[in-house]
Design a binder for this molecule. Structure first.
Ligand code: NAD
Ligand code: WQD
Length: 345
């Protein structure tokens, strides 16, 4: 029988791409999402691409009673991939309690119900944000974590600790925390992708919206950093590559191939790319000249960070496949697809 995986936040950006990869690998997918930052039509996209429609229950994971009801009806869950969270860094600064409540209460609820219903396996969405500005690059998993620069970032650091402590106290629970670097792009079909609400905070959706004519120009936050071209450096990885890592992590847990109850992996390409290089990549694949202006630095920005993904390469047998250009092209195709779709409506 197919194993069933619960994907929280499964109509969201990374969750929806992961649902497809899970279905491709013959898992049954059950999604819980409260549609705070996604649309239920995403399920149609997943079905069109994968040929299979995952179940969707619209539940707020902070609602313990409803979540308990879900588990009492679905006892055969082999693993949980927990994507559901609020993720806007600047919003978290003005609404810290909302972020702590949503991101931590949801996690605590899930862990409590994993114990109650004897669900052994958890994959958690963490972030490179826990490293702050690393002293040594590329950054490895054992680099010291820095105090978070936002409540959002702190929910990831604290979330990891909550999971680690739970695993140490209960040997029947196994968990993998995946520290994502900067996911970009969309499924090659352009049927699903990132749907930022309002003005995008992240670079790539801002680039594609500007190129499409929805924004006047991209403001580039500083070119006076201590980097080769003066622009900030990040490790951008294709969201489909990222999604595939979740399948590998889930299998590792289900097959009990994990080497300890709690494991942490960096998920990135290992390549540092500057904002200017990202813009040039976009221009190359889209044929559009991007309007941009260099402005002041964004407060709290990390100057440069990229992953050492060799632990994930070695232990998970996972590595990124797509190039930056390929990922950018899919981001551009997706932008064109959703804009044309909203004009048809
Ligand atoms: P997203 O907002 O597209 O998806 C998150 C989904 O969770 C949304 O569909 C939202 O409606 C849902 N959700 C939020 N709170 C919920 C709740 N209480 N109950 C039920 N559903 C809820 O975000 P994403 O980019 O797909 O990110 C997924 C995860 O990865 C998040 O935990 C995020 O913090 C983490 N992450 C993202 C990035 C990134 O750059 N996108 C980087 C590192 C880590
Ligand atoms: C990338 C680069 C900006 C927008 C976020 C979260 C972090 C983690 C990863 C979730 C930076 C520059 C951006 C713009 C710009 N996510 N930029 N103009 O900074 O790595 O962080 O994603 O866990 O927590 O904070 O990603 O896409 O916001 O920025 O010049 O309009 O693009 O300065 O150098 P970042 P980003």
């Amino acid at each position: 029988m197919k194993k069933k995986i619960l994907v929280t936040g499964g109509t969201g950006y990374i969750g929806s791409h992961t649902a497809i990869e899970l279905i491709n690998e013959e898992f049954d997918v059950a999604i819980i999402d409260n549609l705070y930052n996604s649309e239920k039509e995403v399920i149609d996209g997943i079905e069109k691409i994968s040929g299979k429609r995952p179940s969707l229950e619209i539940i707020d994971i902070c609602d313990m009673e409803k979540l308990d009801g879900f588990f009492s009806r679905n006892k055969e869950i082999a693993a949980i991939i927990h994507f559901a969270a609020y993720k806007a860094v600047s919003e978290s600064v003005s609404k810290p309690l909302e972020y702590y409540r949503n991101n931590l209460v949801s996690l605590i609820n899930l862990l409590g119900l994993m114990k109650k219903y004897r669900i052994a396996n958890l994959v958690f969405s963490s972030s490179c944000t826990v490293y702050g500005q690393p002293e040594n690059l590329p950054v490895t998993e054992d680099a010291p974590l820095q105090p978070a620069t936002s409540p959002y970032g702190n929910t990831k650091a604290v979330g990891e600790e909550i999971i680690r402590d739970t695993v140490f106290s209960d040997s029947s629970i196994r968990a993998i925390a995946l520290r994502y670097f900067n996911p970009i792009g969309a499924h090659a079909s352009a049927l699903i992708g990132e749907l930022p609400r309002g003005v995008p905070e992240n670079l790539v959706p801002y680039i594609t919206q500007t190129a499409y004519g929805l924004r006047d120009e991209l403001k580039v936050f500083g070119n006076d950093y201590d980097t080769p071209d003066g622009y900030c450096i990040r490790d951008y990885l294709h969201v489909v590559d990222l999604a595939k890592a979740h399948v590998v992590a889930v299998k590792r847990l289900i097959e009990e191939k994990n080497k300890s109850g709690y494991e942490v992996f960096n998920l990135g390409t290992g390549n540092g790319v500057s904002v200017l290089e990202a813009i040039k990549s976009f221009e190359r694949v889209s044929g559009v000249k991007l309007k941009y202006k260099v402005t002041g630095r964004r407060p709290g920005d990390i100057e440069k960070i990229w992953a050492d993904p060799s632990f994930a390469n070695r232990e998970l047998g996972w590595k990124t496949i797509s190039t930056l250009d390929e990922a950018m092209k899919t981001a551009w195709d997706w932008e064109n697809y959703i804009r044309s779709k909203s004009q048809i409506k």
